[in-house]
Design a protein around this ligand. Structure first.
Ligand SMILES: C[S@@+](CC[C@H](N)C(=O)[O-])C[C@H]1O[C@@H](n2cnc3c(N)ncnc32)[C@H](O)[C@@H]1O
Length: 497
C-alpha cells in the first residue's frame, strides 16, 4: 500500500462526503446559498450536494423550474480531467431526471482551477483537493505556485496548499471551507506558512489518526473546517478514533500543531545536552557503500560487475545505516577525507590518485553518475554529495532511523564508523550517550513522537533532527547521579556497534 505522493484520481467515499457536508452545515436552508467544488473528479461531493439541494428545495415548496434554476445558479464546480468531467455531468443529469426536474444548465467548468479567476464569492467550498508533494511537482508548476500563492512562496509546498489559499480567497464574508487533506499538514516544518495563514479562521479540525479513509492508501487525513473572518481564539480538535475532544487556545500553538501530549512544560531540552544531526548523504550509495568479500593487511576486495576489485584499506571506513546494520555485516564506505586533530581534511585529487590509485580507479567507473548528482556547490565529483555532517562525525555517536515504530531502535557507533542514513546523535556536554539513549527510550519521548511525528504507516512515525533537538523532558531524567559521566570523552562513551 502506498503513502500519497499525489492523489489525482483518488475519490472520496460517500460516508466522508456526507460527514463533511454535515460539518459545514450544508443540510437545511441551502437554497440560495452558493457552493463550490473546485476539483470535483467524478462528482463524489457534487452528487450528494445536488441530492441535498433538490430535497431541500422540495421540502421548502419550490417549483421544479425554480429548483433547476437554483441548481444552475448556486452550485459551481471545476475539474481538469475531461473524462471525469463528462462522467460527473452524466451522473448529475441522471439525478435531475430521476427527480423529474427540467434539465439543468450546469455551472461546471473543465479547466485548471488555479488558473481560473472567479469573481463570485461562495458560502461553501467543500472537497478533497489534489495532493502532489513538492518533489513530484513539475518545475513549471512549482514556479506558478510560488508566483501566485503566498503560502507557496518558500519551502516545499504541496499542490493542495495552493488550493487552500485559492479557496479561502473565494469564500464569502462568513463562508465555510471544509477540505480533507493529509494530516502531515499540521506538522511538516515547511507547512508553517500555510498553518499561520489559516489559523485565524480555522475553527475545527477532525483527525482520522489511524483510520484509513482512502482505498489502498495509507496516508492519514484530517478535515479542516475554516470559517472566513471567524477570528476565534479557540480551536476545537476532534480525535475521531478515541472520540476525545480538545479545546485549544490558538495563541499557545507552536510552529507545529500539537494535539494532546505537549512537552513544552518541561525544563530540560535535548539540544542543551546533545546534538541530533542528519547522517552524511553520498547521493550515490551504489558507488560509495561497498560490501567487502575479502581483506588483506592493505586492501579490501569487493565485487564490481562480476569482477573482484581491490580498494586501499586506508580509504575505507566501516559504514552503518539503521536499515542494514543488523542485516549486512560487511558494509563499508569509501571515505575520501581524513581527520587531523579532529578537523576534517579534504583529499585533493592529485593526492587521491597517487595515494589510492585502486580506489580512484574504482570511483572513476561511476564518474558520469557522480558528476550528475545535485551535490553541494563546493563538492568535488569524488566526494559525498552532502558532507556537512562530516565535521561532527569523528566521535562516539548514536544512530537511529527517521521512522520510528513503537520506540526508537538506537545503535551505538564508534568514532570511526560512518552513518550514511538516518539520524546520529553526539554529546555536547558532560552527559554520556547512555543518557541520550535513556531519554530517547523514555515514555516521554514515545508520547512526543506520536504528537510531532508524521504518520508514516501503521504505527510508524517519521521524525526529523529538529524534532529530537526540540524535545523537552523532565530534568529528573538527566539528573540521576548515575547519569553524570566520569570517564572522560573516550571513557564510558567509547561504544562500538
Ligand atoms: C483527489 S481527487 C478528488 C476528487 C473529488 N474532489 C473527490 O473528492 O472525490 C482530485 C481531483 O482534482 C483534479 N485536479 C487536479 N489538478 C487540478 C487542477 N489544477 N484544477 C482542477 N482540477 C484538478 C483531478 O483530476 C482529480 O479529479
Amino acid at each position: 500500500m502506498a503513502t500519497m505522493k499525489s492523489n489525482p484520481q483518488v475519490f472520496t467515499p460517500s460516508r466522508i462526503v456526507k460527514y463533511m457536508l454535515n460539518i459545514a452545515g450544508y443540510r437545511h436552508n441551502i437554497v440560495g446559498k452558493t457552493i463550490f467544488e473546485n476539483s470535483f473528479g467524478n462528482g463524489a461531493f457534487l452528487k450528494e450536494i445536488v441530492k441535498r439541494y433538490i430535497n431541500e428545495g422540495k421540502r421548502l415548496g419550490y417549483s421544479n423550474e425554480s429548483i433547476s434554476y437554483g441548481l444552475s445558479r448556486d452550485i459551481c464546480g471545476i475539474e481538469k480531467d475531461k473524462s471525469l468531467f463528462d462522467e460527473c455531468i452524466k451522473d448529475l443529469d441522471k439525478i435531475v431526471a430521476m427527480n423529474k426536474l427540467i434539465p439543468v444548465k450546469w455551472t461546471l467548468m473543465n479547466q485548471n482551477t488555479l488558473q481560473t479567476k472567479i469573481e463570485q464569492k461562495y458560502n461553501f467550498i467543500i472537497g478533497n483537493p489534489p495532493y502532489i508533494t513538492y518533489s513530484a511537482l513539475k518545475e513549471s508548476e512549482r514556479r506558478f505556485m510560488s508566483d501566485n500563492f503566498f503560502v507557496c512562496k518558500t519551502g516545499k509546498p504541496d499542490y493542495y496548499y495552493a488550493f487552500i489559499e485559492y479557496s479561502m480567497n473565494a469564500l464569502a464574508d462568513d463562508g465555510k471551507l471544509v477540505y480533507i487533506v493529509p494530516n502531515n499538514m499540521t506538522k511538516t516544518w515547511f507547512g508553517d506558512k500555510l498553518r499561520d495563514y489559516i489559523l485565524p479562521d480555522l475553527i475545527e479540525i477532525f483527525d482520522f489518526k489511524s483510520e484509513k479513509i482512502f482505498k489502498n492508501i495509507l496516508t492519514k487525513s484530517v478535515i479542516l473546517h475554516i470559517q472566513k473572518n471567524s477570528k476565534k481564539n479557540l480551536l476545537t480538535y476532534y480525535d475521531i478514533n478515541s472520540k476525545e475532544t480538545l479545546s485549544l487556545d490558538k495563541r499557545e500553538m507552536g510552529r507545529k500543531w500539537i494535539f494532546g501530549f505537549n512537552c513544552d512544560k518541561y525544563e530540560a531540552k535535548f539540544s542543551d545536552y546533545f546534538k541530533a544531526a542528519n547522517s552524511i548523504a553520498t547521493l550515490l550509495n551504489e558507488a560509495f557503500v561497498v560490501n567487502v568479500i575479502n581483506e588483506t593487511n592493505d586492501y579490501y576486495e569487493i565485487f564490481l560487475d562480476e569482477e573482484t576489485v581491490r580498494i586501499e584499506k586506508e580509504l575505507v571506513k566501516k559504514a552503518a545505516s539503521p536499515k542494514y546494520i543488523n542485516k549486512i555485516k560487511n558494509e563499508y564506505i569509501i571515505f575520501p577525507y581524513s581527520y587531523e586533530k579532529n578537523k576534517l581534511k579534504k583529499l585533493p585529487e592529485d593526492v587521491f590518485i597517487n595515494k589510492f590509485p585502486m580506489g580512484y580507479r574504482y570511483l572513476c567507473s561511476y564518474k558520469d553518475k557522480l558528476e550528475n548528482r545535485k551535490s553541494d556547490n563546493n563538492a568535488k565529483w569524488y566526494e559525498y554529495g552532502r558532507s556537512q555532517a562530516l565535521q561532527h562525525l569523528n566521535q562516539p555517536k548514536l544512530m537511529l532511523s527517521t521512522v520510528i515504530t513503537d520506540k526508537p531502535n538506537i545503535i551505538r557507533l564508534c568514532n570511526e564508523t560512518i552513518p550514511y542514513s538516518g539520524i546520529f546523535i553526539t554529546k555536547i556536554g558532560n552527559y554520556s550517550l547512555d543518557v541520550a539513549k535513556f531519554i530517547l527510550e523514555s515514555c516521554y519521548f514515545k508520547d512526543y513522537i506520536k504528537t510531532v511525528g508524521i504518520h508514516a504507516n501503521g504505527t510508524s512515525y517519521r521524525i526529523s533532527t529538529r524534532d529530537i533537538n526540540d524535545f523537552r523532558f523532565p530534568k529528573d531524567l538527566i539528573c540521576l547521579p548515575s547519569n553524570i559521566e566520569h570517564g572522560g570523552a573516550n571513557g564510558k562513551n567509547n561504544l562500538c556497534s
